[in-house]
Design a protein around this ligand. Sequence first.
Ligand SMILES: C[S@@+](CC[C@H](N)C(=O)[O-])C[C@H]1O[C@@H](n2cnc3c(N)ncnc32)[C@H](O)[C@@H]1O
Length: 201
Amino acid sequence: MTPTRFADVKGFLPENEGEQLANWARESASLGPLLEIGSYCGLSTLWLAEVARESNTVVFAVDHHRGSEEHQVGEFFHDEALVDDAGRFDSLPEFRRNLLANDAEDVVIPIVAPATLVARHWTTSLGLVFIDGGHSLDAALADYRNWSQHVVKGGLLVIHDVFRNVAEGGQAPHAIWQLAKQSGLFEPVGSCESIRALRRL
Ligand SMILES: C[S@@+](CC[C@H](N)C(=O)[O-])C[C@H]1O[C@@H](n2cnc3c(N)ncnc32)[C@H](O)[C@@H]1O
């Protein structure tokens, strides 16, 4: 049996979705750098990093590392191991450890800041944008509006946690996937579980 990739890395991306993300990255990496919003401990980052290395490009990994709503103390996905000395959620040390352990520091550019703040100053065109940050409607809409415009023609916009049945969760990712589909700027190219991609026309 093939061992699970990145088995020691905490995260929210099942292996089949990680492989699919890497395949999409492989298709689009020649068009421009890869960028993700929402790195957490680096699981999706590492799937992208492998492709970045093969393709001689980089991954911009945007995350303030303070966690989303569901990671805060008392919430369902809180992890007591990811708390700093002042008692605040902080996934940055674990993220950096995982980049180092997987030899990915030379292809990943961590950007430790809120995605909206980074977006205000962003001008680089991108081959692939992966949206997996805050899952509130406001956060997902901001990520879609701020980052989809930087995907080059032929490049891919990938969204995580898009559920066919919105009652399963993921309403905000589903809403931005619909927006992208209806915008006339993107066409859907495929899905695997809850991860979906659209190509920039
Ligand atoms: C679901 S986790 C990402 C999971 C990760 N992609 C993986 O493969 O395991 C969401 C991440 O988005 C980050 N995040 C949430 N809102 C953000 C924002 N406005 N700006 C930057 N990062 C944000 C959180 O800190 C958290 O690490």
